[in-house]
Design a protein around this ligand. Sequence first.
Ligand code: ADP
Ligand code: MG
Length: 683
Amino acid sequence: MANPTDLFGENVFSMKVMREHLSEATVKSLKETINAGKSLDASIADEVAEAMKEWAIGKGATHYTHWFQPLTGSTAEKHDSFIVPDGEGSVVCKFSGAELIQGEPDASSFPSGGLRATFEARGYTGWDPSSPAFIKDNTLCIPTVFCGYHGEALDKKTPLLRSMKALDKQACRLGKLFGIKIKQKAFATLGAEQEYFLIDEELYNARLDLQQTGRTLFGSCPAKHQQMEDHYFGAIKTRVLAFMEELDAELWRMGVPSKTRHNEVAPAQFEMAPVFEELNLAVDHNMIAMEVLRKTAERHGLVCLLHEKPYAGVNGSGKHNNWSLCGPDGKNWLSPGDNPHENAKFITMICALIKAVDTHADLLRSTVATAGNDHRLGANEAPPAIISIFLGDQLTDIIEQIEKGGAKSSKAGGSINLGVDTLPTLPRGNTDRNRTSPFAFTGNKFEFRAVGSNQSCAGSNVVLNTIVTEALDEICTRLEADVKAGKDFNVALQAVLSGIIKKHKRILFNGDNYTAAWTAEAEKRGLPNVKKTPEALEAFTTPKAAKLFSKYGVLTEKELHSRHEIYKETYEKVIEIEAGVMITMVKTMIIPAVLAAQGELAATIETVKACKGKTAGSQTMLKAICDGTEVLFKAVSALENAHGAAKLIAGMSKVRVAVDALEKMVPEQFWPVPSYAEMLFMM
Ligand code: ADP
Ligand code: MG
């Protein structure tokens, strides 16, 4: 195996590479853009472009592309070669600053949700220097934003960057109130744990449903699947390990800090987790990781399934979105500090999150609303559609004391330190775990567990950043006014935090989120429980959401509505495609197979009858198959006549029940598609 330190960042135009290839002044200017969030100095673009091109060509690149993230949820690229004819039958390679900074892909086919009329269908890509350029497929990829003619955000990166800026501003404001020296911009950090399934390529190719919808539309679960939990953290099989080794090497080359790999709960399910990074970079890296997962699998005769629920009856795949805030002092503000002063800031952050998540639970829920994730959320393997926060016993105890007027002791026992009057020394290394919570505090970060495995993390983090921004803004406004009015800071802080806890503590829940008792309790508390995507997406259309996003300059009302429209349409299209594939498979594969089995069985019965005169058992079997086939005929015809997502889903569910029942009766050699047992256990 190659040494990770040699591989890491080999294909990235990193700060280290920049130092080698650029003048000191240019590096300094770029660093200010990247680290301090200053706007880009266009006069350095030519020098950077030239250096990038030379470096990339030296590594075998022939093309460059602006790499962006349209609202389809995937990444987009259009390659241009570096060549320019020199007029004498040869070419030279060129790449200008203008080409680096701005592009104009023909964008008319990307969804805009009404943001763009066809007469001004142009879209523009703009360089995002905070995410370094990298080489993929012999192509220099330049991370970019993607906007319309008037600057309308047509992508996922633009609002993410805007939300990071808004969060930075409010974090600095809070930092000032706490007397913190502002050393750098504040930014959210993200570690995105990525779950996935692997399947043998041949089996995959035999399933039209997997190929076209990413999930199996039929298949009865085998008797043994994940009950024994013998796959989780089990020894990794040789074939999978070979895949994982190549995956890690490839990710490291592209600067993705892949850290953890292991078997997941379901058979043939696995996970990759990176070391956390600055949010924008981490989102880009997760997009790269999903692509590298797919491509590496291909080279191993495998297919990587990123769908949220490829197989019914076993666990689906999610993406744990570990979020924290690195303050302007360079410290993790969700990590309990070394002294009471830092702890006060930590508790303020916890309260800001409580306030933010309770106020906008509907929005957070809407960011994970997709057709695929609907199969997973609330399916007793993933958090329910009810958003609540897990804090663990110790922190909950402290929060409860603050609510009552000031914490006097920490449950952990340790001594009380009242340096900031009312806040105790906090226990470090909070190791409480609650796997059932959708939004769990895990010691130094919050883990949002409802994100789907196939989704970009951008959407959820745009919302997280913005709602925390609003909470911090409101907290700062109160504190600044109180301090100005001559109130003692600690007294003022205590009052603000206590007020927040009183108002928003209904969002706190440390128990088992999978129980019916919690569903009932959450209802009593008035917490929203939005089970399906169409309803969940409505959160984008509320005046509350419009006010929030426009106030902090993250999304205009028009941009917000465009997202609602696109996500709703995507949802409907997915359901229509699934229904179409299902009908095709039933009519061209399942029914012919079942009829063939019937024919053979009927012939056997005749032959046996001729020699023995008695065939009761076989006749019962034949009758059951015939009855099942009739049920299927009816179900599929109903599905063909169904319209609208809700009716299609209900219709598909009936077809599936009929097909799965037949699968259990029809002899294996007749069944036209690989079974769950083959797909899940031949890995
Ligand atoms: P698990 O949740 O499976 O117990 P870990 O505790 O190892 O796993 O962490 C999961 C993820 O959380 C990793 O990707 C890790 O980098 C990330 N993480 C750790 N600290 C932070 C932080 N301050 N901000 C964001 N993500 C973090
Ligand atoms: Mg985790």
